[in-house]
Design a protein around this ligand. Structure first.
Ligand code: ADP
Length: 522
């Protein structure tokens, strides 16, 4: 998305008259070793409101590998002290962070809607998720459980503890600009790691707000370092930096692959959260109104820009007509607009690249795939929409499971309805994509619900609820091309940000050889 934001040179001389208003735009800094500093490049990029591109949200450092090096050095310098700070003390700081996030939730919510576009209610949910994650994970400061186990010899003690991984690089996307950074940052910190955090170039303000709150909470200098900039420069410098033992990445499957290969080259740990093509199965016994409500929320919430979005609706043929007619009616009634207006249901998409990608999929759906465009399909660009990235909520019907719009992640307000003959057929269709993040079934029949729960090969599954709505105390992640086997959130995230250390204590005072000096049972 680098091209979507405009780089400006701070040293290139006078701002033109046209840009006089821009002079008032707030300038932000990187956070390295407890100091707010400019990029060594002296360059900045603009953070633009996707609902109104005349509105420049702020200017952020267009950082380079030099800034990444400085941040890594700071993280290195802070590591020993932080890892040796007792975990309950680390947690106390994080609880303070939670309180600050609650205090400033309203401001952070407004900032997020302005830079990212999602409606205020959802932006509030994003900040709330960061709060929930912070409290839940800080509680781990008094757990971080390991285990003890019997040793195979007398006078020998065996136990297993978690140790921090070391210096962690966190690379995050724009669709959950505070929640996703918090999912990575807070677990990394509670485990005793120090971090370099790079937010998406489209939404650096929400992550800046999170880091500023970390500073106020009293996280020591060097423990959290923020470097803003583009993926190809800052992100790549991080993934290639030999001192970053772990890269935690959320974003597109294509970029995830680049990150994974860079990490493989240097044997770094790599945790990936990537795409989804999530299906809601609607059975003939379902509460259709509830299913339609769930489909609308799952498909068009956050303008469809969630990795868990309900981008496929697999509907039993017996209720297909009824479901589609209600769905289309509801989709047409959605109000598209600026997310800051409380009356808006669907905000803009993130930037012009996203508009082009989504519109090209709409063309593919109509022309190449030959699905039926039941509603939507147009970019809105007149009147109030003239300066933003607005697309109508779009429903394709009568789609086949193998069409491109049924298979590929569109990441916009577009959903595809596919008819199914039976539960088995629906499960096969729902499983028949390269991703495996989330899925759902609407049915009143417990046997069908359990069969789908058992047979859907996804990381998340819902019964009588949409494909979105994860809670922070359950593991989050997916199978197949969605991830690489890790899970964020829950206690399972600790397995990303800590490594196990098995410890044997021999108090016999003599040499005891495992597997050799073993007593017979008598
Ligand atoms: P999207 O296409 O949805 O913006 P990306 O996967 O491109 O998703 O971006 C997710 C995050 O990855 C962003 O912070 C972005 O800057 C970063 N990124 C993009 N390209 C690279 C790269 N080559 N190496 C490391 N990080 C990258």
């Amino acid at each position: 998305m680098a091209q979507a934001k405009k780089a400006i040179s701070k040293t290139s001389g006078k701002l033109s008259a046209r840009n006089a208003a821009r002079a008032a735009v707030k300038t932000y800094h990187n956070y390295i070793d407890g100091e707010w500093v400019e990029s060594q490049s002296g360059e900045m990029f603009e953070n633009i409101n996707p609902a109104d591109t005349r509105d420049i949200v702020g200017r952020f450092p267009l950082s380079t590998s030099d800034d990444v090096n400085a941040a890594v050095n700071a993280a290195h310098g802070a590591f020993d002290r932080w890892r040796n700070t007792p975990a309950p003390k680390r947690a106390e700081i994080l609880f303070r962070l939670g309180e600050i996030l609650i205090r400033d939730k309203e401001q952070f919510t407004a900032d997020m809607t302005r830079e990212m576009g999602k409606v205020l209610k959802e932006a509030g949910g994003d900040v709330q998720e960061a709060i929930d994650c912070t409290y839940y994970t800080a509680g781990e400061g008094r757990r971080l459980h390991g285990f003890t186990t019997p040793a195979e010899m007398r006078s020998k003690f065996a136990m297993c503890i978690r140790q921090p991984v070391g210096l962690c690089g966190l690379i995050t996307p724009w669709n959950f600009p505070m929640a996703i950074p918090s999912w990575k940052l807070i677990p990394a910190l509670i485990c005793g790691n120090t971090v370099v955090l790079k937010p998406a170039e489209d939404t650096p303000l929400s992550t800046y707000n999170l880091v500023k709150a970390c500073e106020e909470a009293g996280i020591p200098p060097g423990v959290v370092n923020l470097v803003t900039g583009y993926g190809e420069s800052v992100g790549a410098a991080m993934t290639n930096h030999t001192a970053l033992r772990l890269i935690s990445f959320t974003g597109s499957t294509e970029t995830g692959r680049i990150v994974a290969s860079a990490c493989a080259e240097r044997n770094a740990i790599c945790s990936l959260e990537m795409g989804g093509k999530n299906a809601i199965i609607v059975m003939d016994d379902a509460d259709i109104d509830l299913a339609v409500e769930g489909a609308i929320w799952g498909a068009f919430g956050t303008s469809g820009q969630r990795c868990t979005a309900s981008s496929r609706l697999v509907v039993h043929k017996k209720v297909y007509k009824q479901f589609v007619s209600k769905l289309v009616e509801e989709a047409k009634a959605l109000r598209v607009g600026n997310g800051a207006d409380p009356k808006t249901d669907v905000g803009p998409v993130i930037n012009n690249d996203a508009v082009e990608k989504i519109m090209s999929y709409i063309r593919i759906g109509r022309n190449d795939d030959g699905a039926k465009l039941a509603c939507g399909g147009k970019r809105l660009s007149r009147g109030d929409y003239a300066n933003g990235y607005f697309i109508e909520p779009t429903v394709f019907t009568d789609a086949a499971p193998d069409m491109r719009i049924s298979q590929e992640e569109i990441f916009g307000p577009v959903t595809t309805v596919i008819p199914a003959n039976s539960l088995e057929d629906a499960i096969q269709i729902a499983n028949g994509v390269r991703y495996g993040l989330s899925a759902a079934i609407y049915t009143q029949n417990v046997n069908r619900a359990f069969k789908a729960m058992n047979d859907m090969y996804t990381g998340i599954f819902y019964v009588n609820a949409s494909t979105i709505g994860a809670e922070v105390h359950l593991p989050f992640g997916g199978t197949k091309a969605t991830g690489n086997g890790h899970r964020e959130a829950g206690t399972q995230v600790l397995d990303i940000f800590s490594e196990w250390k098995s410890i044997y204590v021999d108090f016999s005072g003599k040499l005891q050889r495992a597997q050799i000096d073993v007593e017979s049972p008598q």
